[in-house]
Ligand binder design. Structure first.
Ligand SMILES: Nc1ncnc2c1ncn2[C@@H]1O[C@H](COP(=O)(O)OP(=O)(O)O)[C@@H](O)[C@H]1O
Ligand SMILES: [Mg+2]
Length: 389
C-alpha cells in the first residue's frame, strides 16, 4: 500500500526551466487537467508561452522560488543545469522530483561517472582532471581521448578531442582549467539511450531503447528499437538504466545514454535527469509518453504503460533548416511533411532560427521497420538530410 499523497487534476504543478521539454510537459499536464507554473528568466521561453503562469525570473531568485513553491503542489525540472540548491530549497516547501541531491550528482561528470561505476554499470576508461598535473599523470591508454568539462556541457559543447597529453593540457587551459574528465575515445558501433520513469512508490516503467545518430555533437535522428526484437545488449541497457535510477533513489523520468562497442560491450555515457530528446518518440508511439510519466510521478499517480504501439523514427529540426546553401533564409517545407500520413511535426515556438538550435522535431510512425525506413527516407529528403540512409 502506498501512502503517497496524490496531487489531483485542477491543482498546480511547477516546472523549473522553460525550454521545449517543459513545453511538452505542459501539454501533457494540461491534458490531465493540471495547471502549470513555469520558472524561466527568458520572457520568450517555449514553455512560458503555453504555461498558465510564467514566473519570469532567475532560477536562484528567492522571491520567485517562494512564489513557485507557494503556488504549486509538486515541482519538477527540465534541464540538468538547474541550480541543485534551488531544488533543495523548493523541497522544504513542497514535493520536488527529481531531488536536488540526485540532480547534483548527474550534473557533474566526475560525480556522475563515480556514481554509475558504483551502481555496477561500466563506463569508458577515464580520469578526473582538477589540474594540469592530473593530465601529466594520466594513463597513456586514455589517448586519443576526449576532455570534457565536468559541468555545463551539452550537445558536444565543452568538449575537445585530444590526441596527446600536450593537446589535453592546451584544451584544459582553454577551458579555463575548470574540473574535467579525460575519457578514452571509444570505437563506437552504436549509441543507444533508455528512458525510465520511477514512481514515488519505487515502481518503474521502462521504454524501448532508441538508437541515436548525432551530427556535430547534436542528436540528429533517433529510431526506437522494435520491442519484439530486443537484443541482449538492449536488455542489458534497460536493466542498467533501472539499476541507476534505483541506486540514485530517483523519482521522475531519467534517460541513460549508452555506447555499444564493436565487440558488443555496453558502456554508460551519461545520465539526463529529465525526459530526453531521444524519448520524443514516446509521445506518439507509446501508450503513455515520457512527459505524461513525468506528470504522473510528481502527482503521485500510478505510472502509465510504456508499451510501444508502432515503430518510429524522430528527426530533430535544427535552425540550420531555415538557411539554404547560400545562407539565405528559407522555410522548411512543412506542407510536404504533413502530406505524409503518420508524420507528426512539433515546433517549439522559438522566434529566431539559429544554426544548431533545436527548433522542433518530426516523428514518423509506421507499422513495421520496412515501411518506417521508406517513410524516413522521404522525410529525410524533405528536410535535406542528405547523409541519412
Ligand atoms: N569516449 C567517447 N568515445 C567516443 N565518442 C564519444 C565519447 N564521448 C562522447 N562521444 C561522442 O560525443 C557525443 C556527445 O558526448 P556526451 O558525453 O554525450 O556529451 P553531451 O553532454 O554533449 O551530450 C556522444 O553522443 C558521442 O557521439
Ligand atoms: Mg550526450
Amino acid at each position: 500500500m502506498s501512502t503517497v499523497n496524490v496531487v489531483l487534476p485542477g491543482q498546480w504543478l511547477g516546472m523549473v526551466g522553460g525550454g521545449q521539454l517543459a513545453r511538452m510537459f505542459c501539454y501533457e499536464a494540461h491534458r490531465l487537467g493540471y495547471q502549470v507554473a513555469v520558472l524561466d528568466p527568458d520572457p520568450t521561453s517555449p514553455a512560458g508561452a503555453v504555461a498558465d503562469k510564467h514566473i519570469c525570473a532567475s532560477y536562484e531568485d528567492a522571491a520567485a522560488l517562494t512564489e513557485l513553491a507557494g503556488l504549486c503542489e509538486a515541482i519538477t525540472t527540465e534541464f540538468e543545469n538547474v541550480p541543485a540548491q534551488s531544488l533543495i530549497q523548493l523541497a522544504e516547501r513542497c514535493r520536488v522530483t527529481p531531488s536536488g541531491e540526485a540532480v547534483a550528482i548527474v550534473q557533474d561528470r566526475i560525480r556522475e561517472k563515480e556514481f554509475i561505476t558504483k551502481a555496477g554499470v561500466p563506463v569508458a576508461p577515464y580520469c578526473a582532471v582538477h589540474s594540469t598535473e592530473d593530465l601529466l599523470q594520466a594513463d597513456e591508454a586514455l589517448f586519443p581521448g576526449i576532455l570534457k568539462a565536468a559541468r555545463f556541457g551539452y550537445d558536444g559543447k565543452g568538449q575537445a578531442r585530444v590526441q596527446s597529453k600536450q593537446e589535453a593540457v592546451e584544451a584544459f587551459a582553454q577551458f579555463g582549467e575548470v574540473p574535467c574528465v579525460l575519457e578514452a575515445l571509444q570505437p563506437l558501433e552504436d549509441e543507444i539511450s533508455v528512458v525510465v520513469a520511477r514512481a514515488l512508490d519505487g515502481a518503474t516503467a521502462i521504454y524501448t531503447p532508441s538508437h541515436n545518430q548525432h551530427r556535430d555533437g547534436i542528436l540528429a535522428v533517433s529510431t526506437a528499437a522494435n520491442p519484439c526484437r530486443l537484443t541482449p545488449v538492449h536488455e542489458q541497457a534497460q536493466a542498467a538504466a533501472v539499476a541507476i535510477a534505483e541506486s540514485l533513489n530517483y523519482y521522475g523520468v531519467l534517460c541513460v545514454e549508452f555506447f555499444i562497442l564493436a565487440d558488443g560491450t555496453l558502456l554508460a555515457n551519461e545520465i539526463a535527469p529529465r525526459p530526453h530528446n531521444s524519448g520524443h518518440f514516446t509521445i506518439e508511439a507509446c501508450l503513455s509518453s515520457q512527459f505524461e510519466q513525468q506528470v504522473r510521478v510528481m502527482a503521485g499517480l500510478p505510472l502509465g504503460s510504456s508499451q510501444e504501439l508502432q515503430s518510429s523514427t524522430m528527426f530533430n529540426v535544427l535552425g540550420d533548416l531555415w538557411f539554404d546553401q547560400q545562407d539565405q533564409p528559407v522555410e522548411p517545407d512543412w506542407a510536404a511533411l504533413l502530406a505524409i500520413p503518420g508524420v507528426y511535426v512539433h515546433l517549439y515556438g522559438k522566434k529566431e532560427a539559429r544554426k544548431g538550435r533545436k527548433m522542433g522535431h518530426v516523428t514518423l510512425l509506421a507499422p513495421n521497420g520496412k515501411q518506417l525506413q521508406a517513410k524516413a527516407l522521404q522525410v529525410a529528403n524533405i528536410l535535406g538530410f542528405d547523409w541519412y540512409e
